[in-house]
Design a protein around this ligand. Structure first.
Ligand SMILES: [Zn+2]
Length: 307
């Protein structure tokens, strides 16, 4: 073998730890936004729309060139800097060894590789208390690294809901309801002193306003950013990848699927009208785009990467 190839010069053999850095930055006026991927969560395709015909789900997957057996849900978390505040919006899945989801729960590692110290986070905003949004805060050692004066903003209706959650309208794989109950309960207990409850709307920082929508869960909320004429909405679980083509499909994680569909229609209609940017937890990373109206439904228009 050629000496030059077998012994490359120092500095050329460093392999990147990951194929992509899994973070993407957006500027909204004065507000800095960083989308960070927590990984992906493979789930049965029925969860895309359990009120739809299996053939219609199969057709959508085929149209999207996606496999038929399982659908990989992206998991996106957003870090926002506004004024003196550093705000984490949701916290990813964390670790649940019982559910065998090794590709998710990457947030803490990826925050570190982005140079973000957990101790610099002043506020957390939770869109809701499902495990894939609070789990990162439950990983061993994380609470100790967070500031003791950390504020966690969550709708009062969400905390109330998880005291006796209703799972009668969801459609989840076995094991998930128990895991979700346990994660929400542990979160409420571990972070009781940090919780800052709001009713419907709350300004977390200049230009960073959280609005309760309900639907997905009773306290589900979206975060709207506005600065210098730019706007971006973090929609949490109000919108899924399939929700542009089929906004009326009931997602398996929705506790009130009928209301969730109404919330989705309203939000997508509004975003299409304003032309503002959208980021959502389970849209494919980096999940930054806009919404267009397409007949009776919608079209996802990803931004062209700016780098
Ligand atoms: Zn979710």
């Amino acid at each position: 073998m050629n000496q030059m190839i077998s012994k490359p010069q120092q500095g050329t053999t460093v392999k990147p730890e990951e194929l992509v850095p899994s973070r993407y930055a957006v500027q909204i006026g004065e507000i800095e936004v960083l989308v960070i991927s927590d990984g992906v969560l493979p789930l049965p395709t029925k969860m895309l729309g359990h009120n739809a015909e299996a053939a219609d789900r199969a057709a959508w997957l085929k149209d999207m060139y996606l496999p038929q057996d399982a659908f990989d849900w992206s998991l996106n978390v957003v870090l926002v800097r506004s004024g003196a505040q550093t705000i984490l919006i949701d916290a990813g899945l964390g670790l649940d060894p019982d559910l065998n989801l090794p590709r998710a729960g990457q947030l803490i590692k990826r925050l570190e590789s982005a140079g973000i110290d957990l101790g610099s986070v002043t506020d957390v905003v939770l869109t809701h208390m499902h495990m894939d949004h609070v789990g990162g805060l439950l990983v061993d050692g994380v609470k100790e690294r967070l500031r003791p004066d950390l504020r966690i903003h969550v709708a009062a209706a969400e905390v109330k809901f998880w005291e006796a959650p209703d799972f009668t309208h969801v459609n989840m794989p076995e094991g998930f309801p128990d895991a979700l109950r346990a994660a929400a309960k542990k979160f409420a207990a571990d972070y009781r002193d940090q919780l800052r409850l709001f009713e419907d709307t709350h300004e977390v920082a200049p230009g960073v306003v959280v609005h309760r929508t309900g639907g997905h869960t009773p306290g589900h909320s979206v975060v709207r950013l506005a600065s210098g004429g730019d706007r971006l909405t973090f929609a949490g679980d109000a919108v899924f990848a399939v929700g542009f083509d089929h906004p009326d499909w009931h997602n398996g994680f929705e506790h009130d699927p009928e209301e969730a569909a109404r919330v989705r229609m309203r939000l997508l209609t509004e975003l299409a009208a304003t032309g503002e940017q959208l980021v959502a937890t389970h849209l494919p990373f980096p999940s930054v785009g806009r919404v267009a109206v397409d007949g009776d439904t919608f079209r996802w228009v990803p931004v062209f990467w700016d780098y």
